[in-house]
Design a protein around this ligand. Structure first.
Ligand code: PMP
Length: 314
């Protein structure tokens, strides 16, 4: 299948899309987004994603163009048209089209665009390595804005240096990944950063917290100090696309390490520097035993979703 698109109220082929030049999403990054995975033709945790979308929209003052029911219908219809039962749906809402001035008028009509892609990845079988990187994003990371420049630069640095994800650290504390939440196990207790303004409260994170409670795994929603990372027993990441993925290695560059604690003075020549002094901070069993228990519970939930009786047969 080729990817399917939806823009401005119409289902379209991706290559036929034409976004107006003055659309504020691409001129200002003035919008928010969501992403869900589809298992057996059904979106996973869609209502939670829709609630977070609503919070993001309220945060930046864009009216929600659809009700939760309308979103659900649209997403199900897009999946149906795609003909894919294992897929990923990305959608964004931007403030709309207007002459390029920073301030916005209240008469703007929000623009919705959506894509359905077939999903190739298998569930949680691969492992990840992380590159520690300074978290220099704004302080409203909880809003799922389409402004992802710091995230993409951090992930690009990870990729250039042999890792698959960035491990973001702010003022000496781990916040999250470039596009995932990060978890540590210390002596059988799970640690993950609290859902404050410095992380995006992942829908997968919230789900894994529930699974941990069901499995009687103790959890501390506390930030982990960068200095403590070498002592972790296990590390894993969660996101809608990564699900629960074990981490096998954490890297850092010696020149970058200071910036994990405080923002350096001065302006660097590039935000994509060549790293020459990378060291391994942590390696460990991947997946560890706690990670495996959560992966198992997670894939059971996905299987239940796939096996669910279709609504039309009830
Ligand atoms: N943090 C960041 C910065 C992300 O981009 C994502 C994925 N969009 C997550 C965490 C995980 O969120 P979710 O579990 O809702 O996919």
């Amino acid at each position: 299948m080729t990817a399917l698109g939806f823009y401005n109220g119409q289902f379209v082929q991706l290559d036929s899309l034409q976004v107006p030049i003055e659309e504020r999403g691409h001129q200002f990054g003035d919008g928010v987004y969501e992403y869900v995975q589809i298992y057996g033709g059904r979106p996973f945790l869609l209502q939670a994603h829709l609630k977070r979308l609503e919070r993001s929209l309220v945060a930046i003052g864009i009216p929600n163009p659809y009700s939760a029911e309308e979103w659900t219908q649209l997403i199900n219809e897009a999946v149906r048209r795609s003909g894919e039962s294992e897929a990923a749906v990305y959608w964004q809402v931007t403030r709309g089209v207007a002459p390029r001035v920073h301030v916005f008028s209240n008469t703007l009509r929000p623009m919705v665009s959506l894509t359905v892609y077939p999903r190739v990845g298998q569930e949680s079988t691969h492992e990840m390595s992380l590159l520690a990187w300074p978290d220099e994003r704004w302080t409203h990371v909880w809003v799922k804005t389409i402004n992802l420049l710091p995230n993409i630069l951090a992930k690009e640095m990870a990729k250039r240096n042999g890792a698959n994800e960035a491990l973001l650290v702010r003022e000496g504390r781990v916040t999250e990944g470039g596009s995932s939440n990060v978890w540590f196990v210390f002596k059988q207790t799970l640690y993950t950063a609290p859902a404050n303004r410095y992380i995006l409260n992942g829908i997968t994170r919230q789900f894994v917290l529930k699974l941990a409670a069901q499995l009687n795994i103790s959890v501390a929603e506390e930030p982990v100090d960068w200095q403590r990372v070498p002592d972790a027993d296990e590390v894993f990441v969660t996101s809608s696309s990564a699900e629960v993925t074990g981490v096998s290695k954490i890297l850092v560059d010696r020149q970058v390490e200071g910036a994990l604690h405080s923002v350096p003075p001065g302006i660097p020549g590039t935000l994509l520097p060549e790293l020459k002094n990378i060291r391994t901070v942590w390696t460990g069993t991947c997946p560890g035993t706690v990670t495996q228990r959560l992966q198992q519970a997670f894939s059971e939930q996905l299987q239940q979703l796939r096996d669910a009786v279709p609504a039309e047969l009830l």
